[in-house]
Ligand binder design. Sequence first.
Ligand SMILES: [Zn+2]
Length: 364
Amino acid sequence: MNYTPGPSVQKRQQLQFPWESPPENGHWQTVAEGVVWLRMPLPFGLDHINLYLLQHDDGWVVVDTGLGTEQSREVWERVFREVMGGAPVKAVIATHFHHDHAGCLGWLARRFKCPVYMTHGEYHALFISPPEEDEPNWEFSQFYARSGVSEERQQDFLRVVRAGSFEQDVPTSYNRLIHEQVLRIGGRDWQIVIGSGHSPEHACLYCHEDRLFISGDQVLPGITSSVCVAVTEPEANPLKNWLDSIERLRGISDEVLVLPAHERPFYGLHCRLHQLTEHHHKHLDAMLGQLDDPKTADQMMAFIFPRAQSPFDALLANGETLAHLNFLMSEKRITRRLEGECFLYQRAGDAGEPSARTQVTHIS
Ligand SMILES: [Zn+2]
């Protein structure tokens, strides 16, 4: 990538927030010429998502859409009138497939007969649906049994997964975004920068010239985005993808105004990337420190995330724990063996496995 900052750039030691408070939910604020920050309400503990509206010729390009709810559509109607003044939406870009980002994709595309831009991985992830049965299916049961989760708690997890599935209004077609592709929007060149780990192929938008970076959930100032292993791919290594993505994002100028999908815009991208790396390395070290004796993923989860008590929090914490364990396995720093229905993890070397450093996929 050709956007490495010059040597004169001083790195920030802490994040700086140019706006002391966000717009009220359902309201907006101009953050750069032709760039509007829209605070879309969400009915969760995390009560908002930031969407960005980019002026383009005689209309607008929208980055992310909000949940597919009546509340979002009402805000959009007001935005069409009061921000866009009746001018059309010319395209919708979704950074990734999560409901709060992509929930109104189909609705917006239909209404304006405009194209949707997404990466291949995110578009196809829109079609993954949770199990519909009342009882956990065998993959679901096996996945959580292998973590050491009791049958009763598996039922709780299934309820959480099903309750969290909002109707996805999926557009019939999309235009594929690829890494380093340039979108010219309203006289600005926005380069697509792809990250992974929180979702399969997350698109960020970088305008080098004006030092703007729409980061989606790939970089948030205060929250750490979830990096989880889920039942759809038990052997995934999303934490490696996430840490690799952070390295890639270090190629972006530290001078950018980061426009994240949650919380407030900020300066200090490289400082935040450093904090995120540290956060995960702290978890990895803490886990290794516990694995002189064999333990289940559930035991590790209770140690690393002791506050994750509700089924929703525990489900996420299970996914995060597995992400760290799968990462440590890929680094050959721990080993795993199946005992009964459950995987036991242990620091490498202690288990006496001479083949720990070879690259072999065991079909089990
Ligand atoms: Zn997300």
